[in-house]
Design a protein around this ligand. Structure first.
Ligand code: PBG
Ligand code: ZN
Length: 328
């Protein structure tokens, strides 16, 4: 038997050797930390299905942002839980809405930390859908075009409060163009849009809907979020968003859609974000809590895979942990 000529194992022989030849480097610079803000003072309400994550009031949120900034994280992504919900999500675009208050407070305390705001109506509507509801012969559905106006108002009010990046997650057709026009008309031509472009109707948003108190009260989101079996369609969604003015495109969830992260990055070469969503986070947490999986290893493996697939940015509830692990 001849010895093998190719000895790939030679370059795996020590930590220094592996470090030197590693292709994918996860960096704190790529991580975006999602946070939930609600009314009140000194609130730090644990989210049951997301161990270590909290609903925060503006004051505790600012503290959390300080610790994120100290760890070197460049950005946070804000979700609001309003005082009151109604059919048209009024608090989403109220000047003194919870996210607007939060943005002002963070920007005042930490002007260099990027504040990205999620633009959608589901956290603010009493029916929990991402837009306004119409009745079509007894079947309720989200009205695309009527929703656009409200999303524009929400985006502009976030920008007025000081948001650095606007991130629409609603999946209405035409929302990027509408929001772009709204921002431009209101003096925010320099505010980028990070579009949730390929957002699937996923089962992995369950814990988030707990966290944001936003489960749909009837039906599901399949009439606007993407069908899990479709890949080419994700490229069409991304193409449309770029055409409409998106500066950053996003794939969501991340791990089950690594093929799309790859295809989208290859096809468009755009700044590409991936959302390692609540269900992906909670699965690791639950398995780790049972002693079935090594949490740090699993979280690093998941996020490294997302970057290896082509993501430039990863939105993850593990952002702070990763930042401290990577600093060692
Ligand atoms: C709201 C929104 C959702 C998430 C981000 N923005 C939930 C949904 O669409 O149902 C999910 C994030 C997560 O699961 O971590 N449109
Ligand atoms: Zn929504």
């Amino acid at each position: 038997m001849p010895f093998p000529k190719t000895r790939l194992r030679r370059l795996r022989s020590s930590p220094a050797m592996r470090r030197m030849v590693r292709e994918t480097r996860l960096s704190v610079d790529q991580l975006i930390y999602p946070l939930f803000v609600r009314p009140g003072r000194n609130v730090r309400q644990p989210i049951k299905s997301m161990p270590g994550q909290f609903q925060l009031s503006v004051d505790t949120l600012v503290e959390e942002c300080k610790s994120a900034a100290e760890l070197g994280l460049p950005a946070v992504l804000l979700f609001g839980i309003p005082e009151r919900k109604d059919a048209v999500g009024s608090e989403a675009y109220a000047d003194n809405g919870i996210v607007q208050q939060a943005v002002r407070a963070i920007k005042e305390a930490l002007p260099d930390l990027l504040v990205i705001t999620d633009v959608c109506l589901c956290e603010y509507t009493d029916h929990g859908h991402c837009g306004v509801i119409v009745d079509r012969q007894g079947r309720k559905d989200v009205d695309n075009d009527a929703t656009l106006d409200l999303l524009v108002r929400e985006a502009v009010s976030h920008a007025k409060a000081g948001a650095d990046i606007i991130a629409p997650s609603d999946m209405m057709d035409g929302r990027v163009a509408a929001i772009r026009a709204g921002l431009d008309e209101n003096g925010f031509a320099n505010t980028p849009i990070m579009a949730y472009s390929a957002k699937y109707a996923s089962s992995y948003y369950g814990p988030f809907r707990d966290a944001a108190e936003s489960p749909p009260q009837f039906g599901d989101r399949k009439t606007y979020q993407m069908d899990i079996g479709n890949g080419d369609e994700a490229l069409r969604e991304v193409a449309a968003d770029i055409e409409e003015g998106a500066d950053i495109v996003m794939v969501k969830p991340a791990l089950n859609y690594l093929d799309l992260i790859w295809r989208i990055k290859q096809a468009f070469g755009m700044p590409t974000a991936a959302y390692h969503v609540s269900g992906e986070f909670s699965m690791i947490k639950a398995a780790a809590a049972n002693g079935w999986i090594d949490e740090k290893g699993a979280a690093l493996e998941a996020t490294t895979a997302i970057v290896r697939a082509g993501a430039d940015m990863v939105i993850t509830y593990y952002a702070k942990d990763l930042a401290s692990w990577l600093a060692k």
